[in-house]
Design a protein around this ligand. Structure first.
Ligand code: NAD
Ligand code: TYD
Length: 347
């Protein structure tokens, strides 16, 4: 199978590229990535010499570049990971999100039609369902996004579904819960908290820290995508969750306990606007195809924290660059006004 993987230099995309090259000896992969601040070829060093892997730099929102990469021919499927992905950045500056997550998806869908690609997988997110106070979202739950990131992803999903209804384009959508694991850019909660603690810096916890996410180990996600690629039905959506719902505060405490660091490193900071308080997925549809998550968050976190501890070369480079400015702008002021959990409990 020859795959065009878009956004393959990012966190989940690079894990998926490595997973597929390892699991499927027939897989050939072309990784098409714009290399934004989140794209990182260090993630794919071990693939560079693999004859079944190639990298092409390009933008999914540039129809000419998409056409050019597909012109080399023979693609059986496209798996679209390429996106702007960080909620906090989408609040400050949404336009790149609309451009890549909606217009970029449109460019890919047009190319699928033009080149008669026989399968297109759109990698989406549980965040399109918005906050879920009770119960769990099935694939038919209404879309209720809360921020420009999730609204852009929802827009992309709706375009994908419209191409199935209008043109019978062979599309499928996966909607995953929060991923964690090696190679995640340290703006996201788990790698940010872990690398901060490794440097004896605080964990900024938004609001009361009781917001719930369903944590999915990235390799379980990759296997879920592979299942959908091989067995999913065209025009359908498949939820992929970890069955590991935990409040953020518990995740912060878990990181500290793995690294044997004091609880005082947790700092409560001003909350994110429009913060979704809980996500929860019903994944029975994908489980009927034989997939289920295998990694409990306590075990996955042990592996993940160990990876960041042993791979400082990977994240120190990132944190010393553009990231420093981002961190100061997003966290500097909030951390100055932060409190420890004990100070907050005493109030
Ligand atoms: P990431 O931010 O780590 O990586 C995104 C990648 O896309 C980068 O390599 C970047 O260079 C590339 N990219 C961005 N814009 C591009 C463009 N216009 N053209 C080509 N490449 C472009 O993201 P991630 O966390 O790996 O997420 C991958 C996908 O999975 C996204 O679609 C995201 O919405 C979805 N998702 C993520 C999570 C999560 O917890 N991280 C959960 C569910 C779904
Ligand atoms: P994040 O990793 O940004 O993913 P998402 O917003 O897409 O779920 O955040 C995960 C959770 O952690 C979310 O509830 C926000 C919270 N959070 C913090 O408490 N502190 C932080 O510094 C960050 C980045 C996130």
């Amino acid at each position: 199978m020859k795959l065009l993987v878009t956004g393959g230099a990012g966190f989940i995309g690079s894990n998926f590229v490595r997973f597929m090259l390892r699991e499927d000896p027939d897989a050939q992969i072309v990784n098409f990535d714009k290399l934004t601040y989140a794209g990182n070829l260090d993630n794919l060093r071990e693939c560079e010499t693999n004859p079944r892997y190639a990298f092409v730099r390009g933008d999914i929102a540039n129809a000419g570049q998409v056409r050019e990469v597909l012109s080399s021919g023979g693609f059986d499927a496209i798996v679209n990971f390429a996106a702007e992905t960080h909620v906090d950045r989408s609040i400050g500056s949404p336009s790149d999100f609309l451009n890549t997550d909606i217009f970029g998806t449109f460019c890919l869908l047009e190319a699928v039609r033009e080149f008669a690609i026989s399968r297109y997988i759109q990698i989406s997110t549980d965040e399109v369902y918005g906050t879920v106070p009770v119960g769990s979202s099935t694939e038919t739950a209404p879309l209720n996004p809360s921020n420009p990131y999730s609204a852009s992803k929802a827009g992309g999903d709706l375009l994908v579904l419209s191409y199935f209804r209008t043109y019978r384009t062979p599309v499928l959508i996966t909607r995953a819960s929060n991923n964690y694991g090696p190679n995640q850019y340290p703006e996201k909660f788990i790698p940010l908290a872990t690398t901060n603690v490794l440097d004896n810096q605080p964990i900024p916890l938004y609001g009361d820290g009781m917001q719930i996410r369903d944590w999915l180990f990235v390799e379980d996600h990759c296997r879920g995508i592979q299942t959908v690629l091989l067995q999913g039905k065209e025009g359908e959506i498949y939820n992929i969750g970890g069955d590991q719902e935990r409040p953020n505060r518990e995740i912060a405490e878990l990181i500290l306990s793995i690294l044997d660091k004091p609880k005082e490193l947790i700092r409560r900071v001003a909350d994110r606007p429009g913060h979704d308080t809980r996500y929860s997925l019903d994944c029975s549809k994908l489980k009927k195809l034989g997939w289920h998550p295998t990694v409990a968050v306590e075990e996955g976190m042990r592996q993940t924290v160990t990876w960041y501890r042993d791979n400082r070369w990977w994240w120190e480079k990132i944190k010393s660059g553009e990231f420093k400015k981002y961190y100061q702008e997003h966290y500097g002021h909030r951390l100055e006004e932060s409190t420890t959990l004990d100070e907050e409990d005493a109030r």
